[in-house]
Design a protein. Structure first.
Ligand SMILES: [Zn+2]
Lengths: 99, 210
């Protein structure tokens, strides 16, 4: 169990209030019909799944019901921060879009 | 086809018949505030045209700070998210308020929906009301300041909770009302639960046409 800061509610809340939304900032292919099965399968199913820092989405299910971005260490559950999707995108890009 | 009538989701508990005067015998006092009006309002709170038009139509300033609510003339506006509010009002004011909101927001990107059939409210007070809430939710109600509203867990369900007067108000979905009421009753066993008339004014009768 850990505590997450919801950037919309402006408060730290218990993990139980949230739902996990998976890896953040997966770009949707611009021309899905042009992709072969392997590339489409990559987009749908393949994730970075790192041991360490991970940019991920959470949704505040019982509260504002909005998605936001968290940078969490999957090995230690340390949390570097949480942002709205727009602000998180800037922070993610500033890091070079890596995990 | 018979005409639809109003029926509280907690009607089977017969709460109004059990109401007794508050005394020292119970640590927790509770009841349902049945048949209130609930309006879901959506729009961009950062857009002054939306906030001003909505505030004027309701007669209460739209709370723009996260997790706060505003109350006046029997109407309460709960902040639910940066673009969503819930307006709670007496049933008798519902249709007039819906009309004035829709008219005021005609040219503003927004949504006004009557959700009155989907929610009910429970009021809980008494010296152990806080203890009960601490049992049933992960939110730290002991640190809740007046004027705050939070959406949080209640057992395996969720509620919007805020402090008003001497107690707490819980806004809950109709479909979870039975579960939440039973959970509340069970959590209050160590302290004694009394059913009291906490509304302060008469509520609409059960079984009248909508
Ligand atoms: Zn939130």
């Amino acid at each position: 169990m850990f505590v997450l800061f919801c950037p919309h509610c402006g408060e730290k809340r218990e993990e139980e209030e949230f739902g996990y939304g998976g890896e953040a900032f997966i770009p949707r292919p611009a021309t899905p019909e042009a992709l072969d099965d392997e590339a489409w399968g990559d987009y749908l199913f393949m994730r970075k799944n790192p041991k360490g820092w991970h940019w991920e989405m959470w949704s505040h299910n019982t509260g504002c019901r909005k998605f936001f971005v968290v940078k969490r260490n999957t090995a230690t559950n340390a949390i570097a921060g949480s942002w709205t999707l727009a602000e998180g995108r800037k922070a993610y890009d500033a890091e070079g879009g890596s995990t | 086809m018979s005409e639809p009538t109003m029926r509280s989701p907690l009607h089977s508990f017969g709460l109004s018949e059990q109401a007794k005067p508050i005394d020292g015998s119970c640590g927790v006092w509770a009841n349902e505030l049945r048949h209130l009006g609930y309006i879901s309002l959506r729009g961009n709170g950062a857009d002054p045209a939306f906030a001003t038009a909505a505030s004027t139509a309701i007669g209460v300033s739209l709370p723009l700070r996260p997790c706060t609510f505003a109350s006046s003339n029997g109407k309460t506006i709960l902040w639910l998210s940066p673009d969503e509010w819930m307006i709670v009002c007496p049933r008798a004011q519902l249709s007039a308020l819906l009309g004035s909101l829709r008219q005021a927001l005609t040219d503003v990107r927004s949504q006004v929906v009557d959700n009155s059939g989907g929610y009910t409210q429970v009021i809980i007070e008494g010296r152990n009301a806080l203890d009960v809430l601490q049992h049933v939710s992960v939110y730290d109600f002991a640190s809740m300041e007046p004027g705050r509203v939070v959406g949080t867990t209640f057992g395996k369900s969720s509620v919007y909770a805020f402090r008003q007067g001497n107690g707490y108000r819980l806004v809950l979905r109709r479909s979870f009302a039975d579960y939440i009421w039973r959970y509340l009753v069970r959590a209050a066993i160590p302290y004694g639960l009394g059913i009291a008339d906490l509304a302060g004014s008469p509520l609409p009768e059960e079984g009248v046409p909508i």
